[in-house]
Design a protein around this ligand. Sequence first.
Ligand code: PLP
Length: 427
Amino acid sequence: MTYLSETDPEAYDILQAERTRQRSTLNLIASENHTTPGVHEATGSVLSDKYAEGHPNDRWYRGCEAVDRAEQLAIDRAKSLFGAEHANVQPHSGSTANTAVYLAALEPGDTLMSMDLAHGGHLSHGLETNYSGIFYKVASYTVSRSTERIDMDAVRDLALKARPRLIIAGASAYPRIIDFDAFGEIAREVGAYLMSDIAHIAGLVAGGAHPSPLPASDFVTTTTHKTLRGPRGAIILCRRQYARRIDAAVFPGLQGGPFMHEILAKAIALADAAGPQFAQYAHQVVANSRALAETLAEKGWRLVTGGTDNHLMLVDLRSRDEELTGHVASGWLDEAGIVCNKNKIPFDSRPPSQPSGLRLGTPAVTSRGLKEAQMRQLGEWIDQVLSSRGNADVIAKVRGGVKEMCEEFLAPNQRADRPDSATPARR
Ligand SMILES: Cc1ncc(COP(=O)(O)O)c(C=O)c1O
């Protein structure tokens, strides 16, 4: 019995449906994770009720003593975890954090340079229908056709030609290490700022499983809810000299009141990420990603760039099945309890709604405690479902195996002693 089950059965039913879905499926969406009890406690807390426009100890509202402490704690922990001179922990999302950097560093009409969305970039890096592409000129770099990796010589050539004021390093669907130092050198050569967007890999950076962008970058943005395993939201890190511009760009430039419950949860996640267990987690995410990639490659599924160095991989479905699209493949896997997303692969000839690839990532399953042996099993299941072209019997058999694995490996918030794990009261 919970408050909602008594007072609003309709809302309660939605909550339970999502709890059941998460508990009984394996999540390979590279941008998602299962957060900790601490993060849940803070996000569902009284801090949600507090307005605190401004910055710690400089607010428009009274009653901010506790939330001032929350924000200062998050700032201090972010600076210490990443070795940054300044941190702003207020951005509601990764897109807002990126937009705040543009507002702080660019004039409308300036040129920014970023990775093409179709090659792994993010829509907030200059998509023509996004704020970034509407207000700024955009020069896009792609991966190399032969290696499918970022070609730093080509990036430099483009930077010399386009003369951007801001270069963005960072991606949503790139399976290899990003050479932030090389980006930094190019930015300095052409007189551009470097913004590194580590939304996807922040947890790997924190855990020492990916090189840090901090030394090379003027600005670093990250979401807190992907590999970093915190609440929805984002953080901006920057050099001290840009602190005031960044703070003003976030508030009042883009946002009103900060979400104090999310900010306390960010502080909690940042402390978690500083511990030795998190370093182990980050390395396990990569080891799991490699084990899954190897299993799929052994079965003949071609991976973009041939493999992975990080938490994700892109499967080129055409390598085994010329007709198969990411849309159809992700639907079959979803029926089998394996959740992922369709994705374009570099130089994809198909439209974004029917792309040729799947993006698979390991942050969430690693939070459940899965290791290499389970990843190999998962690779077998994925191969069985796709090779059978979604055969109902194969899907049913795999679904059974997935369910068993899910019950054996529960994320901390799904364990039986947590209220979140309650079985549905109404079905
Ligand atoms: C590289 C990158 N930057 C920014 C974002 C935007 O984050 P949000 O969805 O919180 O706006 C994402 C989201 O997936 C991302 O992958």
